[in-house]
Design a protein around this ligand. Structure first.
Ligand code: ATP
Length: 199
């Protein structure tokens, strides 16, 4: 499921609409300190559903919008799109080309889109689940993350392996099935009580 393009517009230091194309093989992004390299990985994590402003080095999600500079006024919105080649259907979506977009306005209103259609944040999470590239997966390793993974508790580390192995969605389905089973057992007990009362 190759990521072929990243389009950043008004996100952090990217005041102008910027397109980064990823060819096959390795793409390296180099630049001086503070030129926006980390902002690129943050843009990717953000569009994939990052909910913590703190982990994007801000205090409020609106902080991701270009704040303005000496020569340029601030942006009124931030928008990031990821374009995936989905010919192998690694993403749980029918189309061969999948465009995932997130947008936030100064008012704080924000929206997600898949192939230009409005979706819920949950749909974005479901889209990436078990693809190995969800926002918490090892596909994106930011500065300091290696230490964080090495120092994390074994059960948290295990979660990363589970996702990479593609069993996370089955685990979630099992949890839901168990919950339904518990509810059905409760209902059965209640029905049995009622039957006894009627006898
Ligand atoms: P380093 O090599 O030091 O890690 P880097 O190339 O990864 O640096 P980033 O940390 O991605 O650089 O970018 C930091 C720059 O982004 C800073 O100059 C900061 O002012 C700018 N920046 C962050 N948020 C915004 C924003 N909302 N509006 C405008 N500029 C922003």
């Amino acid at each position: 499921m190759p990521l072929t393009e990243l389009i950043i517009d008004g996100f952090k230091s990217f005041a102008e609409k910027t397109t980064i194309k990823f060819d096959t093989g390795i793409t390296g992004i180099v630049g001086p300190n503070g030129s926006g390299k980390s902002n690129i990985t943050e843009a990717i994590r953000w569009v994939m559903g990052e909910t913590s402003a703190k982990s994007l080095r801000g205090s409020n999600m609106k902080d991701v919008i270009f704040a303005g500079s000496e020569f340029r006024k601030s942006a009124s919105y931030a928008q990031v799109s990821l374009i995936f080649d989905n010919q192998q259907h690694d993403l749980n979506f029918e189309a061969n080309r999948v465009i995932v977009t997130r947008r936030i306005l100064r008012s704080g209103d924000s929206e997600y889109l898949i192939n230009k259609r409005n979706v819920r944040q949950r749909d974005i999470r479901d889209l990436f689940m078990d693809s190995g590239v969800s926002q918490n997966s090892l596909a994106i390793i930011s500065q300091g993350r290696v230490d964080q993974i090495l120092n994390s508790r074994p059960e948290n580390r295990r979660g990363l392996f589970e996702e990479a192995a593609g069993i996370l969605s089955f685990k979630k389905q099992k949890e839901q099935a168990n919950l339904q089973l518990e509810q059905t057992t409760d209902n059965l007990i209640r029905i049995n009580d009622l039957v006894k009362e009627l006898e």
